[in-house]
Design a protein around this ligand. Structure first.
Ligand code: MG
Ligand code: ZN
Length: 377
């Protein structure tokens, strides 16, 4: 037997592994990707969504900070197709429904299918497994991306209805903007902050104290509202994403004990920089989010039993880096103030990360995560 044949046989028997945790045995190339061994399943899942974070946004952010990004630490990389059920160009609602619930739906849909029937999110499946759950965003907490994990609504614009869905959601930890949708509502007189307190939450907000002054008690669920409406850009002084993300990981890890946790942390405003066609806005939001990615990887490396997935919901702006650029001075061109239809990258690290290689539908992010939930057989 010559060396090449031996090598080919070894690859067939052992699979090509980019999972740094341990050698994964038995994944022949033709095996169905959803067949997983118990020991491949992570305890915790950290899902990081850079809204509008396409490959060019990543490239621009990486070049702008000395040709370096935390994303270079990943070895398992794939691509996902972002199109919606009714449009090649997805919005953040249809795409978040796809990766949170596993269904292709129409633009504007919050965790409902194309017939407006509610569908169940990965966060709810995690709760079925007694995992702790959390959501952190630099948009309002009722904005499309986080909303698709705890709410179902036929329209992303029904912010007050989406806020009501936080009551009884069981989400252990949430941080984001949009206080007015909780306590200064237009459609009714309800004070959802009081209702959350009655539902076992400690709730605070930007007008009371800085989040960094808080130490959440494990006896209560935790909610913190960072702005009345949309939080400001990081370049304008927003500074809660990193401490809130650190707090989320520590709180959920301590609270979940052996059951594990699921958390989604969104860099919401990379998208807003794309809509505004402002490269500096895109890059500054990416650079902050890159630190969150690094923090999640540090946690996962230390923990050894945590899966980190980083992806986007879609690309925004049709961004290109133009001839005449230098790494210090990028010349950007945008082709639209809307989203574009390009595939977006998926980066995975930890137990089960192998499953995120390849080219697949955005709905498969949900399928892969669900198959990896610990007690899911
Ligand atoms: Mg978003
Ligand atoms: Zn957008």
């Amino acid at each position: 037997m010559n060396y090449n044949i031996l090598l080919a046989l070894l690859i067939i028997v052992f699979g090509v592994s980019c999972d740094s945790q341990k050698t994964v045995v038995s994944t022949a190339p033709s095996a169905p990707p959803m067949v997983l061994k118990k020991n491949q399943k992570p305890k915790n899942i950290i899902l990081l969504i850079g809204d509008g974070m396409g490959l060019t946004q990543i490239t621009a952010g990486m070049y702008s900070q000395g040709n370096s990004s935390e994303l270079e630490r990943f070895k398992c990389i794939g691509l996902q197709k972002t199109y919606a059920d009714n449009d090649v160009i997805t919005d953040s609602a249809a795409s978040a429904t796809a990766f949170s619930c596993g269904v292709k739906t129409y633009n504007n849909a919050i965790a409902v299918d194309k017939d407006t029937m509610p569908v169940k999110s990965i966060l709810k499946y995690a709760q079925d497994n007694n995992m702790s759950t959390g959501l952190v965003a630099t948009s309002t907490i009722v904005h499309a991306t986080p909303a698709c994990f705890f709410s179902s609504n036929k329209s992303r614009r029904n912010y007050e209805e989406i806020a009501v869905d936080m009551i009884g959601s069981g989400v252990d930890f949430f941080v984001g903007g949009g206080k007015k949708f909780f306590d200064r509502r237009e459609k009714d007189e309800r004070n959802l902050i009081s209702e959350l307190e009655n539902d076992g939450y400690y709730v605070s907000h930007f007008a009371e104290q800085d989040i960094q002054e808080l130490t959440p008690s494990l006896d209560k669920k935790f909610g913190y509202l960072t702005a009345d409406k949309d939080p400001i850009p990081v370049s304008g002084g927003r500074d809660y994403l990193i401490p809130a993300s650190k707090m989320a990981l520590e709180y959920l890890d301590a609270k979940s004990k052996d059951k594990g946790f699921f958390v989604m942390i969104e860099g919401s405003q990379i998208d807003w920089g794309g809509h505004a066609n402002l490269l500096d806005y895109v890059v500054s939001e990416f650079i902050e989010y890159d630190k969150v990615i690094g923090m999640a990887l540090d946690f996962a490396e230390k923990d050894g039993n945590t899966l980190v997935i980083v992806t986007a919901d879609h690309e925004t702006g049709g961004l290109a880096i133009q001839p005449g650029s230098t790494m210090d001075s990028l010349k950007a061109a945008f082709t639209t103030t809307k989203h574009s239809g390009t595939m977006v990258p998926v980066f995975a690290y930890g137990p089960g990360a192998n499953n995120f290689q390849g080219i697949y539908e955005n709905t498969e992010i949900f399928e892969k995560m669900k198959a990896l939930l610990q007690s899911e057989e």
